[in-house]
Design a protein around this ligand. Structure first.
Ligand code: SAH
Ligand code: MG
Length: 195
């Protein structure tokens, strides 16, 4: 991994207002994964590849990351970034809508990182649960959506997202096979361990 390139990629993404993972969120995830080096990670929402490139550092030596992105321009930039960071052998990009791609996948993952359309989180959870390994862990970023999820009144524009994020929280909390924590780091992070 080329760390200097990683810093450049981060700077450019921030300048272009691409919603890459926040430092404190990344730190929490890295802490969780430090001990048990995952072999296979599934990421939903690649953007320009920043988080996937970061995750290569916590990956097992022969591990791989599958990541899904629907925006063609971002996929193109992610491919360039992954090359610059010298991690092409570790990251696999699926181009297209995760709602269509996920049902076609049949791999087992140690970690799933959900970081895409908020209105689709319950669907992403269902697919994550189908493919997650025993002792695996599912992270969902932006779960508190700028505080809207905790607020009584939300603008029309945010309502569908908020309803689905609440549904996600309810499902992970009630699922007896999961042990879930919701952290207020960054934009909110849900951490669900398979027990
Ligand atoms: N994980 C990235 C940031 C992802 S931002 C990082 O931290 O570096 C969210 C991305 O998800 C956007 O690029 C958006 O285009 C993509 N996205 C949103 N909904 C999607 C869907 N249904 N299928 C695939 N990609 C989606
Ligand atoms: Mg995010």
């Amino acid at each position: 991994m080329n760390k200097q390139e990683l810093q450049k990629i981060k700077k450019k993404a921030l300048e272009e207002h691409i919603p890459i993972i926040m430092d404190e969120t990344l730190e929490v995830i890295e802490k969780y994964l430090e001990e048990n080096k995952p072999k296979r990670i599934l990421e939903i929402g690649t953007a320009v590849g920043y988080s996937a490139i970061c995750f290569t550092q916590i990956l097992d030596e022969d591990g791989v990351i599958d990541t899904i992105e629907r925006d063609a321009q971002r996929v193109k930039e992610a491919r360039e970034n992954i090359k610059k960071a010298e991690v092409e052998d570790k990251i696999n990009i699926y181009e297209g809508d995760a709602v269509e791609i996920l049902p076609t996948l049949d791999n087992k993952y140690d970690v799933v990182f959900i970081d895409a359309a908020k209105g689709k989180y319950p669907f992403f959870l269902k697919e994550a649960l189908r493919m997650i390994n025993k002792n695996g862990i599912i992270f969902a970023d932006n779960i508190l959506y700028k505080g809207y999820v905790m607020s009584d009144y939300n603008k029309h524009k945010q309502r569908t997202a908020v309803r689905n994020l609440r549904e996600y929280i309810k499902e992970v909390s009630e699922n007896p096979n999961l042990e879930t924590e919701i952290l207020e780091v960054g934009d909110g992070l849900a951490i669900s361990k398979i027990i």
